[in-house]
Ligand binder design. Structure first.
Ligand code: GRF
Length: 192
């Protein structure tokens, strides 16, 4: 059985989409654990409901953060690491150790509206302000550049006249919940 480790910093609706896809046998894998950088987030409640182990690793300094993440990942030993709404940068040592085995979902059609500072509603605000008629989401491999690793797949949604950033975020989130499990399934099928 393939093992996933999910990273999340917030509501974890993408984490839930992965849980659902496993329950529906769309993804043949187990979730070894959830890693978060903060207590008190909805993603932790979701993990508790499904008896998924949680490791809270807050950032204090580069060295400690890297060591704690490395130790937890060594223990859980995942085939694939999924960043599903995780806001911290993954330390280079971990990116190198998990070459092509860490993926991230981002709520825009990268390379548009990605990089440092493009998170949450800012991404959607920027897409609306630039007059885009379509936006969407991207799943990409994680490398040492924010939101710039090789793109695996994207899903487009329209930007409608009068959209607020929240309207666009919600429309994109629905697309994310389809795209992310689908990409995970494809990657796991390609690895032995
Ligand atoms: C998603 O829009 C994702 O693309 C971005 O953060 C958001 C996380 O949402 N990286 P959720 O926590 O999965 O609900």
């Amino acid at each position: 059985m393939k093992k996933l480790v999910i990273f999340a910093s917030g509501s974890g609706s993408n984490f839930q989409a992965i849980i659902n896809a496993i329950a529906n046998n769309e993804i043949e894998a187990g979730i070894a654990g959830l890693i978060t950088d903060r207590e008190g987030i909805v993603a932790i409640d979701r993990a508790a409901k499904y008896h998924i182990p949680v490791s809270v690793i807050p950032y204090f300094d580069d060295h400690t953060f890297t060591e704690q993440l490395s130790d937890q990942l060594s223990e859980w030993n995942p085939d694939l690491v999924v960043l599903a709404g995780y806001l911290k940068k993954i330390p280079g040592k971990i990116v190198d150790a998990f070459d092509n085995r860490i993926i991230n979902i981002h709520p825009s059609l990268l390379p548009k509206f990605g990089g440092k500072g493009f998170y949450g509603e800012r991404v959607h605000q920027a897409a609306i302000e630039s007059g885009e008629t379509e936006s969407g989401c991207t799943v990409h491999f994680v490398d040492n550049r924010y939101d710039r690793g090789p793109i695996i797949d994207q899903k487009k949604v329209p930007v409608k006249p009068g959209d607020t950033p929240a309207d666009l975020a919600n429309r994109i989130l629905k697309a994310e919940h389809e795209l992310l499990p689908n990409v995970i399934k494809r990657i796991l099928n390609q690895t032995n």
